[in-house]
Design a binder for this molecule. Sequence first.
Ligand code: ATP
Length: 261
Amino acid sequence: MINGRVTVSDLNKVYRSGEEETKAIDDLSFEVEGGEFLTVVGPSGCGKSTLLYLIAGFLDPTSGTIAVDGDPISGPGTDRGVVFQDYALFPWRTVEDNVMYGLEENGADEDERRETAQRFIDMMGLSGHEEKYPKELSGGMKQRVALARTLAYDPKILLMDEPFGALDQPLRESLQDHLLDIWRDIGKTVVFITHDVEEAVYLSERVMVMTNQPGTRKSVYDIDLDRTRSREEVITSDAFAETKNEVWKSLHEETQQDTRL
Ligand SMILES: Nc1ncnc2c1ncn2[C@@H]1O[C@H](COP(=O)(O)OP(=O)(O)OP(=O)(O)O)[C@@H](O)[C@H]1O
């Protein structure tokens, strides 16, 4: 059964260090359908990464629940895979060994693991680079290794924290298209975080805009674009421009109120 529905209910997160309290997430509720691509945008510091780490199970909520297919989570699990902006690869492992890492726990023998890793290395266009180390790779290649490593252990849900934020525009666009192809092929739920409204609208089926800190849901947009068309046709269409403007306006209202600026 492939599903991957994420249900966030009455979520609150307060960070405490000594006397100081920071309320990062305030009473946030939303649902992501199995197989859906949802992007979260919001002002800096509104709690986007916190939200992703809570869904990943790396952090515990102060109150509220997060459920996957109806079961409340109580920590990290292989049903959820995280891709970070800074790749988080093991520098001492080759590309192949990085991709094989997530498979080491699941009981498959070495040949099986190698075969699975190779499939995802090929899928990400990294064939021929199996024996290289992260320091020998470009940023775009490192991010493709990180994505291959996460996809290889077959999580139902991909949690992506500004994964293309460190890349230049052409690489960013090429990885966005690659991600969309993979998402269409293998049907994962994606929760994607970005600062970039154009990226959000281009990639997603829905975009959620968060308020200023403490972050909660401000607005949600259904993105209704003809996905059978090329990037150029989509990006230059009136529908794209209109949707992008709406999302931008909603986000801009929040950044205008940011007292730290
Ligand atoms: N470990 C921590 N201890 C205390 N406060 C924290 C901690 N991590 C985050 N915060 C605070 O919680 C709030 C939300 O942070 P978070 O990193 O989730 O926001 P963000 O929306 O991802 O920001 P950005 O877009 O700038 O990356 C911020 O005010 C931040 O300073």
